[in-house]
Design a protein around this ligand. Structure first.
Ligand code: GUN
Ligand code: FE
Length: 521
């Protein structure tokens, strides 16, 4: 007798258990029971496996079709999805004020939030993101809508309510006590769902918008419930200089987070482009991970994050799109950007050398699609404390997987396959050239959540292609407007000509170097 919820596929599976190596399981039968991989057998054992599990059939993948692990995006701002692909003209601190805070604030319209979050989760699933680490917005209620949308559509996620109690717009800020209360309510709401796919996350936005009181209180909540924590660290010059002015007694963002109790083995810090080696070593000692967001770093960061260097210092590293700072929701795009980023570091070193000799030292930051794929799967799983659950195909892990079809040629697919190309070449083409059209089935915890254009768990079954009904709602969703109220200009610099700036960090801005710096490590 077949146990319920048992199925098997025979075919080729790609994954990256080891950094820098692409492993292929050729012609295997993989059995999934109650969402977990329970058996990986050789293809020729199909009949025995079928009998053992009482399976009516073992589904055969076609030539050119492969399974791979679902992508894990370790840094997404859910309410920023609506303006992804726009607003690329200004640095981070101005970008927050001009585009981000107004957009996030508009999610108080819960009807609009429900619609937008449904589109968001579908878009990410369609692009193969089976697990996402999401920032929500400031207000409690829309975050509950986000959690409900994720639950309904079947994605795996770590989700946080954003906290910020200073240096924020008048209509997008919270009182410290209210923020702590709402953060705890968000955690208990999410845990109360008892949905093993969804975990709550404590989310102080970043140091400039959080008082020490808020950060310490949030750390206590995280400890009380064993929660994940996420924030932004050492992202760009504007942010780092702002933190130095606000907290002159600390040498770095990492030192501030350390003092607040926010560096744990369940913390993911985004960006880290300006982390020192000491900072990286410290995060590594704490078991804290960095979400590498290469595309966003090109737009909003001011420096390169060096993946190989960080890994060599023992840091856990995952990959993130950072929608909407990153202008693509696709983790395939993030992987390609990670490779390009690494090659920019090499080019930069050569340019600085002034010569025409590429040294081994210049080469050591370069990564290939194999390392990038590891970051997008195993690295992300480690960052989210899910390394025993997802990231590779192993007995005992959950089946979070993408069925890739490389047979879509001509105008029906993003690339062509030519005579004589083997499976490895076709798979590499998919990673470098493919898109959501190649992802014909998406599985989370053994459940097919998307097949073709259909989201199978969605009652209304609205596809990512907008229906008439969708377009009406898109039109009726309120367009965020820029607030008129004056508040701290986060983009302020000592040399800024913008007078509307500095409120209470103004005095600190006068000092070019803080008097004493505590590393606190
Ligand atoms: N720092 C604080 N908030 C944000 C945000 O929304 N995106 C990015 N990239 N950095 C931030
Ligand atoms: Fe971000």
């Amino acid at each position: 007798m077949a146990a319920e919820n048992t199925f098997a596929f025979r075919g080729t599976y790609y994954h990256t258990p080891t950094y820098g190596r692409l492993d292929v399981l050729r012609d295997v039968v993989l059995v999934v029971q109650e969402g977990k991989i329970v058996r990986i057998a050789n293809g020729h054992e199909e009949t025995e496996v079928q009998e053992e599990f009482g399976l009516a059939e073992v589904r055969q993948l076609k030539a050119g079709q492969y399974f791979m692990p679902g992508f894990i995006d370790t840094h997404v701002h859910a309410p920023q999805y609506q303006f992804t692909g726009t607003g690329t003209d200004v640095p981070l601190m101005e970008w927050l004020r001009k585009y981000t805070f107004p957009a996030e604030c508009s999610f108080q319209d819960l009807e609009a939030a429900r619609h937008r979050y449904s589109l968001l989760v579908k878009r990410f699933l369609a692009n193969g993101t089976t697990t996402a680490m999401y920032y929500g917005s400031l207000h409690l209620q829309p975050n509950l809508v986000l959690v409900d949308s994720i639950e309904r559509l079947g994605q795996r996620a770590v989700v946080g309510k954003v906290n910020m109690d200073r240096h924020s717009p008048d209509d997008y800020i919270e009182d410290t006590a209210d923020g702590l209360r709402d953060a705890e309510e968000f955690v208990t709401y999410t845990l109360g769902k008892k949905c093993s796919r969804i975990q709550p996350c404590i989310t102080p936005r970043f140091i400039p918008t959080c008082t020490p009181e808020l950060m310490k209180g949030l750390a206590e909540i995280a400890q009380k419930y064993g929660c994940h924590i996420q924030s932004h660290i050492s992202e760009c010059c504007g942010e780092v200089n702002c933190v130095r002015e606000m907290h002159p007694e600390y040498a770095s963002d990492a030192a501030v987070f350390e003092e607040m109790g926010l560096l744990t083995n369940r913390t993911v810090m985004a960006h880290g482009t300006l982390l020192s080696d000491d900072d990286i070593r410290h995060l590594a000692r704490r078991g804290t991970a960095v979400s590498h967001c290469p595309l966003s770093n090109f737009f909003l960061g001011d420096a390169f994050f060096k993946v190989n260097h960080a890994l060599s210092l023992g840091l856990k590293v995952g990959l993130g799109t950072d929608v909407a700072g990153g202008i693509s929701p696709s983790m395939l795009s993030a992987q390609r950007m990670a490779v390009v980023n690494s090659r920019c570091i090499r080019a930069h070193k050569l340019a600085v050398s002034g010569g025409t000799t590429v040294t081994p030292e210049m080469e050591k930051d370069v990564i290939t699609f194999k390392e990038a794929l590891w970051l997008a799967t195993v690295g992300g799983a480690q960052a989210l404390d899910l390394a025993d659950v997802v990231g590779t195909f192993e007995v005992g892990k959950d089946f979070d997987a993408l069925l890739v079809d490389t047979n879509l040629s001509g105008t029906s697919g993003p690339f062509d396959v030519f005579e004589g190309e083997d499976d490895d070449q076709r798979f590499e083409k998919f990673i470098n050239l493919g898109d959501d059209r190649n992802l014909i089935e998406v599985y989370v915890q053994g459940v097919c959540v998307k097949r073709g254009d259909e989201f199978l768990l969605d009652g209304s079954n609205v596809s990512v292609k907008a229906t008439e009904d969708d377009s009406d709602r898109i039109m009726s969703a309120p367009t965020p407007v820029e607030p008129e109220a004056a508040y701290l200009d986060l983009a302020h610099r000592a040399d800024s000509s913008d007078e509307a700036a500095s409120v209470d960090v103004g005095a600190a801005a006068e000092q070019s170097e803080p008097p004493t710096k505590r590393s606190r490590f």
